[in-house]
Design a protein. Structure first.
Length: 144
């Protein structure tokens, strides 16, 4: 298992940030390798909400399904992915003096189809760079 954890301060309320992040329709706007999402349940932001996704890792396209496993309005969203990539994404917020601290954490298994085709360290570096871009994107979106 690999893990990426990024913490960023955003000049917006915890509620505003979580409202944006918990609407999975917004994810392709700030997660660069997320090519698309579809088949979103009507229960967006509740435990059990599911959707399909297409994600590009190290130049290879993967598809799968996500399911929200934890949601607390204005505090945390966590969902697991299955299919082409097995992972758990968690977004949490905490108010601070200089803004709201957003923690984005992803724990994932490198797909077997990538093992042997690419160096694991290179894949993890690419994924870390994608997470940094996601930080920059969400900050730009929510602070404008």
């Amino acid at each position: 298992m690999s893990q990426i954890k990024k913490i960023i301060t955003i000049n917006a309320s915890p509620e505003t940030i979580m409202e944006y992040v918990s609407d999975v329709n917004n994810h392709p706007a700030f997660i660069p390798p997320l090519k698309s999402i579809s088949n979103i349940d009507e229960r967006v932001s509740t435990v059990g909400t599911t959707w399909d996704w297409t994600f590009v890792m190290a130049g290879i396209e993967f598809v799968g399904k996500s399911e929200a496993i934890k949601y607390e309005a204005g505090k945390v969203l966590s969902y697991k992915t299955t299919g082409g990539i097995v992972s758990t994404f968690t977004y949490s917020v905490e108010a601070g003096e200089d803004g709201t601290q957003l923690t984005m954490e992803v724990v994932y298994e490198t797909p077997e189809s990538l093992v042997g085709k690419a160096n694991l360290a290179a894949i993890e570096k690419i994924n870390s760079e994608s997470a940094e871009a996601a930080e920059e994107n969400i900050k730009a979106i929510l602070e404008n």
